[in-house]
Design a protein around this ligand. Structure first.
Ligand code: GTP
Ligand code: MG
Length: 582
């Protein structure tokens, strides 16, 4: 019931994608009809020449043959033009539609929340954007065109041949029907084998990706050989899957070829019989043979279409499914804009769990941070420090309670404005492939080179950047592999300097930095924190020693609070954390 209700809607939506290209679409169909009509007319002209011209006086006949010859030449040109048009513009129309859908899904991806991405594989999201959309666009432009062409050719040829000689027409259409059934059966088998192939190739691809992305780990464990063996196994299964595909493919193509020849031979033999009977003229027999292509070509086209339809439509289904996912973090209808904030942050009875029916990571957290205050968060690994901080920019929404910024619930503030006020230096810094300059400028698109350099200087990054081969224009490789941990962190700090937000969240890297870079990072952080409300998630004593306010986060929420000295004197959780080196 629901399905029935849905499908016209779906088709209507699909039709909507043609709308901007309506003229192109109808032109494409027009030329498809024109091209197939020409194909049908040419054999008729041949028949006319053979039938009537022979009876005329030679001089007259020559003139007419010349005229018809020229006429056929013109028709060939028309056919050429039509074919060119539908191949070029038809595909272009598909590309335009694919382009539009791709824009749509990509901008949809940008809106979806962290929760969505936590549960997705990037590879799958990628294939939605690439291969699924390609299948859809192929269907959208080939579908209507192929059906129309096949229909006209098949039906046209059949009607014409019925008029020429109905007995011969029935014989050939009978063979065509058997051929169609044969093609459908083999196509189904091939489809299954192709699906297997695709799965195998996807497996191999993801294995290659995983193995190459982790090449440093592979080498450090000396596991190259193991990786090679794993790969070889998958690669062999690929060959097995291919074997099956090619077997079916061989059956399909050889069968189709045989049927095509069979139609020719059957028409010729039966035609020759009728010829001796005197019920068929030689001209009609030639006409018949010229039409055989018009029978066999639509059969292959229609069979291809069933496959295209399945791929395209299931791709379209997946596309709609994706577009139907509503971003769970979005502006409330009555959200207000914020231009300037003081940076007063309050947590009121905040509880949070990542997913329903999972344990709470935070429960009933209460916290008040004054504008410009510097707060250090400590706690054992997995206590929820990163989680607590990711609630402030609304990467996730609280499950219970509320968070206030300058006295206003953050869910009542426009997301864009909220996030503009918050600078984040993440635990594992993400850098984009590109140059250092581009990566720092990400903090404030449109910033001048001078601004970027000033930010880098403030982040103590300028000196090491100047030592790079092409200083600010140095390419840092995928994810910044060409930089050290401390260097990446400083670039990330430079980004935050450039953004210049009133609120700052600094999630210290857990991986150890050497003493010297630890000091430089520490120094740049302190400069950055000046006059901002700052949350520092600290993993190092040096980061917190000077903090006037330290919060100790445990499973029970904020267990202790105070300065380094006060907390040590308490001899509680903090003291034990310090003993363990945090
Ligand atoms: P360290 O960075 O190791 O010091 O820990 P942390 O205090 O920052 O812990 P974090 O806030 O990252 O994690 C708290 C708990 O939430 C842990 O038990 C994690 O297993 C869990 N967690 C973290 N991220 C996710 C997530 O994206 N999804 C789900 N379901 N759980 C998560
Ligand atoms: Mg963390």
């Amino acid at each position: 019931m629901e399905q029935k209700k849905k499908s016209p809607n779906k088709l209507k939506l699909l039709a909507g994608y043609y709308k901007p290209y309506k003229r192109l679409f109808f032109a494409d169909l027009f030329f498809a009809v024109l091209g197939s009509a020409v194909t049908l007319v040419i054999p008729l002209l041949v028949r006319y020449i053979m039938n009537s011209v022979g009876a005329m006086p030679t001089s007259e006949a020559k003139g007419i043959i010349l005229q018809i010859g020229i006429g056929m030449l013109v028709l060939i040109l028309v056919q050429l033009g039509s074919r060119y048009f539908i191949t070029y513009y038809g595909h272009m129309m598909g590309a335009y539609i694919e382009h539009d859908m791709r824009n749509e899904i990509f901008s949809h991806y940008q809106k979806l929340s962290f929760t969505f991405y936590d549960n997705q594989k990037v590879g799958h999201l990628l294939s939605r954007i690439t291969s699924d959309l390609f299948d859809i666009s192929e269907l959208l432009h080939h579908g209507p065109e192929d059906i129309l062409i096949s229909f006209i050719k098949l039906l046209g040829a059949f009607i014409i041949l019925l008029n020429v000689n109905w007995k011969l027409a029935l014989i050939s259409i009978g063979i065509v029907i058997v051929m169609l059934v044969y093609a459908l059966i083999f196509n189904k088998k091939m489809k299954y084998a192709f699906k297997e192939n695709r799965a195998r190739i996807a497996d191999i691809n993801s294995q290659i990706e995983d193995s190459l992305a982790g090449i440093r780990v592979v080498k450090s464990f000396g596991n190259e050989k193991r990786e090679m063996e794993k790969f070889a196994k998958g690669n062999e299964r690929f060959v097995d899957a291919k074997r099956l595909t090619y077997r079916y493919m061989a059956g399909y193509h050889s069968g189709m070829d045989a049927f095509t020849t069979l139609i020719t031979v059957a028409s010729l033999v039966a035609g020759a019989f009728f010829l001796t009977d005197g019920t068929l003229s030689a001209a009609d027999l030639v006409t018949f043979l010229l039409y055989i292509n018009n029978f066999t070509e639509p059969v292959t086209k229609l069979v291809n279409f069933t496959e295209q339809f399945q791929n395209g439509y299931s791709g379209y289904d997946r596309f709609l499914e994706m577009m139907a996912i509503a971003p769970d973090i979005a502006d409330a209808p009555d959200a207000v804009s914020l231009d300037h904030v003081d940076g007063d942050i309050r947590f009121e009875e905040v509880s949070f769990r990542y997913e329903e029916n999972q344990e709470e990571v935070l429960s009933h957290v209460n916290l008040e941070v004054k504008p410009g205050e510097y707060v250090a968060l400590v706690g054992s690994s997995g206590a929820g420090k990163t989680t607590l901080c990711s609630l402030i920019p609304r990467f996730y929404d609280v499950s219970d309670g509320r968070i206030l910024l300058d006295g206003r619930d953050i869910r009542q503030i426009k997301l864009k404005d909220l996030r503009r006020q918050i600078g984040i230096v993440q635990q594992d810094v993400y850098l984009f492939a590109g140059t250092i300059m581009e990566n720092i400028r990400y903090g404030k698109p449109g910033a001048s080179d001078e601004e970027v350099i000033r930010a880098a200087k403030a982040a103590n990054a300028h000196d090491f950047i100047m030592e790079m081969p092409a200083d600010y224009d140095t390419d840092i490789g995928q994810r910044g592999v060409k930089l050290s941990g401390g260097q990446k962190q400083r670039l990330s700090i430079a980004r935050a300097f450039l953004k210049n937000p009133p609120i700052l969240i600094f999630d210290e890297a857990t991986s150890a930095l050497d003493n010297e870079s630890e000091k430089v990072v520490q120094d740049s952080l302190e400069k950055l924190a000046k006059d901002r409300t700052t949350f520092v998630i600290a993993h190092r004593l040096s980061t917190i020693r000077n903090a006037r306010r330290i919060l100790v986060l445990t499973e029970e929420g904020i267990a202790e609070e105070g300065t380094h000295k006060e907390l040590l004197a308490k001899d509680g959780v903090y003291a034990r954390l310090c003993e363990a080196g945090l």
